[in-house]
Ligand binder design. Sequence first.
Ligand SMILES: C[S@@+](CC[C@H](N)C(=O)[O-])C[C@H]1O[C@@H](n2cnc3c(N)ncnc32)[C@H](O)[C@@H]1O
Length: 518
Amino acid sequence: MTKCAVCGCPASQRCGKCHLTAYCSKDHQKQHWKSHRTQCSPYKMCHSEEMGRYLEASRDILPGEIILKDSPLVLGPRQVTMPVCLSCFTPVNGSYSCSLCGWPLCGPECQTVVLHNPECQLSRNRPIKVQVHKFMQVNQMYECITPLRCLWLKEHDPARWSALSQMESHLEERVNTELHEVNQANVVDFLYHYLKVTSFTPEEIHTVCGIIDVNGFEIPGPNAIGIYGKACLLEHNCVPNTTRTFDSQLNIVIRAAVKITKGSHISTSYTDPMWGTANRQLHLKTSKYFKCTCSRCHDPTEMGTHLSSLRCGQCPLGLMLPSPSPISPQIWVCNSCSAKLDQQYVEEFLKQTGEKLVNLKEGSLAASEAFLKSTSSKLSENHYYRSDVKLAMAQMYGRAGVQNKSDLHELSKDLLDRKEQLCREVLALADVFSPGESRLRGLMKYELQAACMEKFRRLPKKLKASPQSKAILQECEEALKDASTILLRESPIQDEYQLGLQAEAELADVTALISKFR
Ligand SMILES: C[S@@+](CC[C@H](N)C(=O)[O-])C[C@H]1O[C@@H](n2cnc3c(N)ncnc32)[C@H](O)[C@@H]1O
C-alpha cells in the first residue's frame, strides 16, 4: 500500500513532477513541497556548444526510478504509413470518412476526437472533401498530417508552439538533400496545392519536418509519432542509461536503466543499441545530423564484444577490425596476423550478407540455423547480423501455436539446450549495450527462464530435490523478477506487457517451489 509522505495514511495521489512521492491529500502535498522540492526533479537542463541542450542528473538516480513523465506536445501518424485513422491510428480501409473534411477515420466516434481538429479544419479550404484512394500500401498523403499538427499550434497554442520552436530542426543541413526534396513535394507542395493551405511559409513547413525527424519518438503499438517537450532533451548515447515506455495515454515515461550518479548525463539511444557502429553512425548522421563520439563508437572491438568484426580468412583465430577508427574506417586489419581488407570490399560483403538475412524465410528456424552456419567462418561469433538472428531464434524455439514450431515441452533436449545457449549469448550482449532494466533484457530473461524451467521439469524425480535443482530454480526466480518488473512497465496494449503478466504469475509458482527446499 502506498503511504502519504506526510502522515503515513493510505495515499492515492502522487507528486505530478517526480511521480514517486505519494500523498493522501492536496494539503499534505503542499505542506511537503518545501522539503520535497530539493529531492523532486532528478535532473537539470544544461547546455553545451557541441550538443545544445541536454539533461544531467541533479542527484543519484536509482535503477527503475522515473526520471520524467511527459505528455505529447504533438501526436500524429508516422511520416511513412499506410492510411490510418487520424484519431486512434488503427489502419483504415475507407469505409468511413470524416463528414467535415473527408479524411478517412475508423468511425463516427473518432470524428469527435480533438486530435483530429488541425487537419480537419485546415483541409476545409478545398472546394471538395479530401479523397484517399490507396489503402493497402504506404500513402504519401499522410506525410503532411504531423507537420500540419505542429503548424496548427502557431495560432492555436502559442505556449506549445514556443516549446516546439526551440527544438533542433537541423534545417541548414537538410537543405539540398533528397529528404528536403521529398518534403517539398509531399508536404509543402501538397499543403499548398492539394489542401490549399497557404498560411505557412515553405521554411516554416520544412522546419517542422526537421523538428519531427530530429525530435520525434516512434510509439510502438499505435504506430504513431510523438513529440515531447522534456523527453526531446535527452541526448543520444550508444549505451543509454535510461529506458523509455509509453503509457495508455501515450505519455512517454523515461526511467533509469542503471544507477545514474549525480552530475552524469542522462541519455537514450536514437538507434538500436544492437546495431553495429557503421549502421549507428549512418543513422545518426543522416537523420539526426551529428557524429557520435561516445567511447563505444571509438572502440574497434565495441567493448570487447566484436559486434562488427569479421573473421580473418588468413589465420584461424584472428578478427578483422576497422582502422584507423571505427567512425571513419579506411581499411580492416587482422588483430592476429595483420592481414588487411579494403573498406570497399567489407562494405560489399556486408551488403550481400545483409541481403541474405533479409531473404531468410521469416520464422524458419532451419533457415536461421543455416544462416548462422554459413556465416560462422566469415563473421565474428557476436556479429550484429548473427546476433539479430540469434535474438529472433531465442524467442522462436519452443513458442507454441506458431506454424512448424513445437511447444517447449516437445523440444528435444538438444534444441532446449540450444534455446538456453542463444538466450545467454544475446543476454551477454544486452548486458553490455542495453544494460540494466532494458526491454531487451526483460524479454531475454523471460525466454531464458522458460528454457531452464523446462529443463527442471524434465529432471528425474530424485534429482528434483538436489542443490543443483534449487540453483536452477533460483536463477529462474531472479529472471522472472527481472522480466516481470521490466515488462510490466510497457503499455497494456503491448505484447511485452502480456508477457510481463505471465512472468508475474509464473514467478509465484517458482517461489512456491523454492520454498519447499527450506
Ligand atoms: C532530440 S535533440 C536533443 C536536444 C537538443 N540538444 C536541443 O538542444 O534541442 C537531438 C539533437 O541533439 C544533438 N545531440 C544529441 N545527442 C548528441 C550527441 N551524443 N552528440 C552530439 N550531438 C548530440 C544533435 O544535434 C541532435 O540532432
